[in-house]
Design a protein. Structure first.
Length: 295
């Protein structure tokens, strides 16, 4: 290793914004871009977008992942778009396709495994045949175990069900971030260690959370008071030095891409200010500027 290329720090970018958006923010020092579609790909020409994005990035950054974030268990168009994005991923020089696992919103998580397997077995095979990995984001999207929304892959018990159904496919794992576990008052660090030991973390979202423990202790989590907020890294509770150290200790290679547009303070006109602060903070937690050892 001659640089920090084992773990790159980047951000998310809408696939529909393409290279034009990336060109504007690339000078800030982002090293990776996760290109995302909300629910559907639409009229976006993936091959043309891939060509334009890679030309824009040059040797300054890479595509960390591509993905579609919809509900493939209920939305046929999202299922078809997963096929499209899988087929297009090699053109972006990435081996990771990310998104939500989907959810049958009328059924508890543990009762929808037949539908899940019917949809995901062929998609997992399609990806594996192309040498790709599928990374489910660990976001609950406001759903619960009994009434999930968009994504059943939001809790350890659900991950076990998913991996059991797709046991023939070691290319199915997680796009993990501490924020979504902290929203459920779960300590993310023991979970991170176990997932890394099982080699189930493929991509990391750079998003944190702040938990107001004083509110939890006084009102609980059903007292009508906000008790947790999504945060850009550098403004939340997580120790990203520990997170990155643990990733490196387990040989993780890939990207931490900042998922912006969630911080309640650094938003609107302050959005990119917050993201660039998060970028520089994560680079600091990674060890600062790379220094070559003396010979």
């Amino acid at each position: 290793m001659t640089s920090h290329s084992d773990i790159r720090i980047g951000t998310l970018a809408g696939m529909d914004k393409g290279a034009a958006y990336i060109k504007q923010i690339l000078p800030h020092g982002f090293e990776s871009f996760s290109l995302t579609c909300w629910q559907h790909i639409g009229a976006t020409d993936l091959q043309r977008t891939a060509k334009e994005v890679l030309e824009t990035l040059g040797d300054k950054a890479v595509v960390g992942s591509v993905g579609v974030f919809g509900n493939p268990l209920q939305d046929e168009q999202t299922r078809k778009d997963w096929e499209r994005i899988i087929d297009a991923a090699p053109s972006f020089n990435t081996d990771i396709v990310a998104g939500f696992s989907g959810a049958i919103e009328s059924k508890p998580v543990d009762q929808q495994m037949p539908e899940f397997k019917k949809v995901w077995e062929p998609l997992a095979k399609r990806a594996k045949d192309l040498g790709l990995r599928i990374a489910f984001e660990n976001c609950d999207m406001g759903g619960t175990w009994a009434a999930p929304k968009y994504n059943i892959a939001h809790a350890p018990a659900a991950w076990e069900l998913i991996w059991n159904e797709l046991s023939a496919f070691d290319n199915v794992g997680l796009e993990w971030e501490p924020c979504h576990q902290m929203n459920s008052l779960v300590d993310p660090m023991p979970q991170l260690r176990e997932l890394l030991e099982r080699k189930k973390i493929f991509h990391v979202h750079g998003k944190d959370a702040t938990i107001a423990w004083d509110v939890v202790k006084k009102y609980g989590i059903r007292g009508g008071k906000s008790f947790v907020w999504h945060r850009t890294p550098g403004f939340g509770d997580s120790n990203w030095t520990d997170i990155i150290s643990l990733l490196r200790m387990h040989g993780f290679k890939g990207s931490i891409d900042i998922e912006g547009w969630h911080d309640p303070v650094y938003k609107g006109a302050m959005e990119m200010t917050g993201q660039v602060h998060g970028l520089n903070y994560l680079k600091h937690c990674r060890g600062g500027p790379f220094v070559t050892n003396p010979t």
